[in-house]
Ligand binder design. Structure first.
Ligand SMILES: [Zn+2]
Ligand SMILES: [Zn+2]
Length: 553
């Protein structure tokens, strides 16, 4: 039979920018197109994207993109794809609602057809017969995709957990997976690895409601300010339900919370009565015990609603002793310090702060080992590739699959850029198709070269010194005195004397250099750099960026 290639363009080795291409001779079906939020190694970047060049180079083959759910790491890079090509996008109504909002902002809605699919739907996309099954996660309406290819059925778990009591009653359809495993059988399973190194099972999202009730009760007199991810509609639902039961009005804080609550209410997946919802501007009209604010900013992102409030910079809310702040989320690794600072600030303002890590106020959207085990057992796939995880998670997931009974040679540990091929003979790695240098966005610019980050790290840690010299081209002598200025190197009152000393040394050194016959521009620039750099180092023991400028007039 015709061979099928699967190319992993992101999401295997880092959690984020999930994107894969399933490809036959004539067609490509894209599975998710997400972004990654940059870490401290990419200072100043706003977003990191999958390497989309593989797709753009083969755009005529693309038949569509499946969006498995509404998280940024699955849909956030779609605008960058749609800037270049138009294509149909498939997903649940909530996922497509979020996609639509995002594309509207960028005026890209005309470049795609948004095609809604529901639980259990069977849709043919190009030559791929697809079936979509419900899956529980920390965002509503996620979909498992079962994709029929010339090389058999490929099942993608999406971000997956087995919540037996989901807030919306919509269970992960393991029964259908088990049916598919018998007829026609699952050739390849691609499964979420995020929590593959965590034993046991996650607690149900519904359990959070019980913890919330307790916390609301013990803070009866206070105004309650909660924060959770804006896309976590089921968490919002539980907070709202608890608040209304306690006789409180609900107000949203933060633009994305307001947008998502509006969208989810429109779609009928969030139940908050109109009379229970008030505008944030009206919260002062009520006593503290009558209000529950639902805010963004659980990760203390700069400029986020709760971070601003904790710093006393919010236009909408002043945090004080009357407030109990509930952080209903886990700190994403890397954000702990920032979240810690925000909690300090909230407490300094007199607020009581209750954090999810201690009080059962949060549960993960990704299944632990027991849940993954259940999926593997139901799927009984011939081949398995762990996806959606850092490398350690992918390895832990492989170990788990092998422990359950999958032969080690049937598990392929792929990383970003790997292209694998399914043929009648099995699964093999074909090649690595991307460089590993991922495109990133800063402001309005899409870039590929990562050099800027090492420069930025030097600038951030050491500052810079600019040394400029003007040379009379005819006389071959220095015009006036060299100028040395700096920023972020040492404080101004110290810098002034040092800069003058460096300028004198440059004058002396360059005058000597000019005596040599054919002193080229490059040579003179190098001399200025050397003289400045060594003196800077001698005088201060620092290594700021040196910017030499030689102008011949
Ligand atoms: Zn997700
Ligand atoms: Zn994800």
């Amino acid at each position: 039979m015709e061979k099928v290639r699967i190319t992993f363009l992101g999401g295997l080795g880092d959690i984020g920018r999930n994107c894969a291409a399933i490809e036959t001779e004539s067609e490509i079906l894209i599975l998710d197109c997400g972004q990654l939020f940059p870490d401290e190694f990419m200072p100043g970047a706003n977003s990191v994207l999958p390497d989309l060049s593989y797709l753009l180079d083969r755009s005529e083959k693309i038949v569509g993109c499946i969006t498995t759910h509404a998280h940024e790491d699955h849909i956030g890079a779609l605008p960058y794809l749609l800037e270049h090509i138009s294509l149909p996008i498939y997903g649940s109504s909530f996922t497509l609602g979020m996609v639509r909002n995002r594309l509207e902002e960028r005026q890209l809605l005309n470049n795609c057809d948004l095609i809604e699919v529901s639980d259990g739907d069977k849709v043919t996309i190009g030559q791929f017969a697809c079936e979509f099954l419900p899956v529980t996660h920390s965002v509503p309406s996620g979909l498992i995709s079962a994709i029929q290819t010339p090389q058999g059925l490929i099942v993608h778990s999406s971000d997956f957990k087995l919540d037996l009591e989901p807030v919306d009653g919509r269970l992960t359809d393991l029964d259908r997976i088990a049916e598919l495993s018998k007829n026609p059988g699952i050739r390849l399973l691609l499964c979420d690895s995020t929590n593959s190194d965590v034993p046991g099972s996650t607690i149900s999202e519904s359990d959070i409601g019980v913890s919330l009730e307790k916390v609301f009760k013990s803070n009866e007199e206070k105004r309650i300010v909660t924060a959770c991810f804006a896309s976590h509609i089921h968490r919002v639902q539980q907070i709202a339900q608890t608040a209304v039961a306690a006789g409180r009005k609900i107000s949203t804080l933060g633009l994305s919370m307001k947008k998502n609550v509006t969208l989810a209410r429109q779609l009928g997946i969030l139940d908050i009565m109109e009379e229970d919802l008030i505008d944030i501007e009206s919260i002062q009209d009520y006593s503290p015990d009558q209000i529950c604010v639902i805010s963004t900013g659980t990760q203390a992102e700069p400029r986020s609603a709760l971070a601003m409030a904790s710093a006393g910079e919010s236009r909408w809310i002043t945090i004080g002793e009357q407030d109990a702040v509930i952080l209903s989320s886990r700190s994403i690794p890397g954000n702990e310090d920032r979240v810690g600072r925000m909690i300090n600030n909230l407490m300094k303002r007199g607020a009581t702060v209750l954090h999810a890590d201690h009080l059962g106020l949060h549960t993960s959207g990704h299944g632990n080992q027991e849940e993954l085990r259940a999926l593997h057992q139901a799927a009984n796939a011939e081949w398995f590739v762990p996806v959606h995880g850092e490398y350690r998670h992918l390895v832990a997931h492989k170990d788990l699959a092998v422990e359950i009974g999958l032969p080690p040679e049937k598990v392929y540990l792929a990383t970003d850029g790997d292209q694998i091929e399914l043929s009648d003979d099995g699964l093999v790695l074909v090649e690595k198709v991307t460089s590993g240098r991922y495109p990133f966005v800063q402001g309005k610019i899409l870039e590929h070269e990562h050099q800027v980050f090492s420069e930025r790290r030097i600038l951030g840690n050491e500052g810079f010194v600019v040394a400029s010299v003007e040379i009379d081209n005819e006389e071959n002598v220095i015009l006036g005195d060299p100028k040395v200025t700096s920023k972020g190197w040492v404080n101004v009152h110290i810098a002034q004397d040092l800069e003058e000393e460096i300028a004198r040394a440059i004058k002396e050194g360059i005058q000597k250099a000019l005596l040599q016959k054919d002193a080229t521009d490059e040579y003179l620039e190098q001399r200025v750099r050397r003289i400045t750099g060594s003196l800077v180092n001698n005088l201060t023991g620092r290594r700021p960026m040196i910017v030499p400028i030689v102008r011949k007039l």
